[in-house]
Design a protein around this ligand. Structure first.
Ligand code: HEM
Length: 540
């Protein structure tokens, strides 16, 4: 083409083209805005502005709460401030997704148990950079079902019990570490200390490996820690621009490659030696073995290529799931350990009862307790009061939650009026924090009372669906049994020897009466990492 053949544009034509584009975009935006605001008609929620929707209320809420709070605190604040009922709609489009918040046990069951809405696409768009595109926690449909079917056997109680003896060793290391902190009397972030333990423990279950992160460093654990820092608040609603930073994205993808390489090498090693009994000293089968079993049964002959390499699709999916188990399996448990110590520090009677139960079942000596658990892990089932302590802590401080996407065919039904309300095009959020503080289900909700979970509870029985920190229905937590067992081992081996003394400052901001409020770090983490000192118990 010759130069003379180029069409000649005048500035005026260029300006007209730009104006046309801007006007089209503006018209589209206005069309969507009107459509969005109309959808709210007749739906329950805080006072609604015809143009700004709930944006003005969101601004008021942001001014009332610290900027780093987990959305659990938003939903609870809104409900109290505007005296909202069993569910409400909150429309902050275009700043955030229009959300339907569910605060009623029966309604929460309608969209998780009776029908199970899919996970919201924003869960995948956020998690894929950290846990891979196939991760079970964000997947839907056939991809999710296949993953759940493959890994369910690895979470069967009989299988989990085989991991307990080595977990006892990790918890004894934790005991040593707490002893050192008790001597030094330094202020520690309990959540960070507990996280090293929960890493070691999940390493046993998932990889049957001794990660040793309580004592030193490890390539995998270090890479996971960096990844978790990238997942922090800066990554989410409070500062959306940070998520767009290309340098940060590059750093995340490089770090991800380190994790993938580590796990991929492990898979390849086990693939190359199908007959080798790749068992660690526990003699248990890790999640890697569970994955290899499926591969050998279903995929190996059909799809190994001529080079004899593992089917790449299966390999990547296995890596994604193992990453997800390591992440989901350590992050929530470390929060739970620190929050149990925190709440028990405030309620000595509950602590005393938990210690008495441990003495009755195991006798007073910690080494003897460890030996008893190793010999018969099922003895942990007898820890009824300690289990109730765990449940009460999760009621007040649920570390995780589910976020679903509405569907044109699925409506919620108001349990009082029987009227149906839409879920379609709403982000649907059944909130365990709000439910856990509802006095219809949990009388004296602010009080820490493990007794409410015992058969002889002074209160009427708790309806199904009111307590849902592990979520419910087919998308419930696959690791709930394992998390519970781990907590019981921790309590059995540490509670009687150590006490926690929180070290929040007098001037620290509180939310719902707590300086230890829920911070958004993907999951809900205690503010400041739950700072405090460890005290060695001399009397119980
Ligand atoms: C205190 C301990 C734990 C709590 C409170 C907890 C809570 C939850 C919650 C609320 C969900 C639903 C999330 C959603 O719908 O997006 C979930 C899912 C999940 N959890 Fe846990 N979890 C805990 C421990 C564990 C452990 C120990 C593991 C693994 C070893 C684990 C692995 C998973 C996985 C893989 C999912 C996704 C399941 C699916 O979508 O099918 N969790 N957890």
């Amino acid at each position: 083409m010759f130069i003379s053949e180029f069409p000649s544009f005048s500035w005026r034509q260029a300006a007209t083209a730009v104006a046309a584009i801007v006007l089209t975009l503006l018209a589209r935006f206005l069309f969507k805005l009107v459509k969005q605001r109309r959808r709210m008609r007749g739906l329950p929620g805080p006072p609604y502005h015809p143009v700004f929707g709930h944006l003005l209320i969101a601004a008021k809420m942001a001014a009332a709460l610290p900027p780093d709070v987990h959305p659990h605190h938003y939903w609870y604040w809104l409900r109290k401030e505007y005296n909202l009922g069993d569910f409400y709609y909150f429309d902050v489009w275009p700043v955030g997704p229009p959300t339907l918040i569910i605060c009623n046990a029966e309604v929460a069951e309608q969209i998780t148990v009776k029908s199970s809405l899919d996970k919201h696409p924003m869960v995948k768009s956020f998690l894929k950079q950290h846990l891979g595109v196939n991760n079970i926690a964000a997947a839907n449909g056939a991809v999710w079902k296949k993953a759940r079917t493959i890994y369910n056997p690895g979470f069967a109680v009989s299988h989990l019990m085989t991991a307990i003896p080595t977990i006892v060793e990790d918890v004894l290391t934790f005991h040593d570490i707490l002893s050192k902190f008790a001597e030094s009397q330094e202020v520690i972030e309990l959540e960070a200390v507990a996280m090293k333990l929960s890493f070691d423990v999940i390493g046993r279950l998932v990889l049957d490996m001794e990660l040793g992160s309580q004592r030193g460093s490890n390539i995998l654990v270090d890479a996971f820690r960096r990844q978790i820092n990238y997942m922090s608040s800066a990554n989410t609603w409070s500062s959306p621009l940070e998520g767009m930073n290309p340098l940060r994205r590059y750093a995340i993808s490089q770090n991800s490659k380190i994790i993938d390489r580590f796990l991929g090498d492990e898979l390849d090693r086990r693939f190359a030696n199908p007959d080798e009994k790749v068992l660690g000293k526990s003699g248990q089968r890790s999640m890697l073995e569970v994955a290899m079993d499926t591969y050998n049964a279903e995929v190996r002959d059909a799809s190994s290529d001529s080079s004899g390499a593992m089917d790449p699709e299966f390999r990547q999916s296995a890596i994604d799931q193992i990453r997800t188990f390591v992440f989901a399996g350590h992050d929530t448990v470390s929060t739970l350990i620190s929050m149990i110590f925190y709440f028990l520090s405030k309620i000595p009677e509950a602590r005393k009862k938990a210690c008495e139960e441990l003495d009755n079942i195991f006798g007073p000596d910690v080494q003897a307790t460890a030996a008893k658990i190793q010999e018969d892990p099922y003895i942990l089932n007898r820890l009824v009061f300690n289990h109730a302590v765990m449940k009460e802590t999760l009621r007040l401080f649920p570390p995780a939650n589910t976020v679903r996407v509405g569907s044109p065919d699925i409506f919620i039904t108001d349990p009082v009026t029987n009227e149906r309300y839409p879920t379609y095009d709403w982000c649907v959020w059944p909130d365990s924090y709000v439910l856990g503080r509802d006095e219809r289900y949990f009388p004296k909700p602010e009080a820490f009372m493990p007794e409410r979970f015992l058969p002889e509870s002074p209160f009427s029985s708790i309806p199904a669906g009111a307590w849902r920190p592990f979520e419910r229905g087919p998308r419930n937590c696959i690791g709930s049994e394992f998390g519970t067992l781990e907590i019981k081992v921790v309590l059995a081996l540490t509670l009687r020897d150590f006490e926690f003394e929180p070290a929040y400052d007098k001037g620290d901001v509180t939310v719902d009466g707590e300086p230890c409020y829920q911070m958004l770090m993907l999951s809900a983490k205690p503010k400041k990492g739950c700072p405090g000192r460890i005290k060695k118990m001399t009397t119980r």
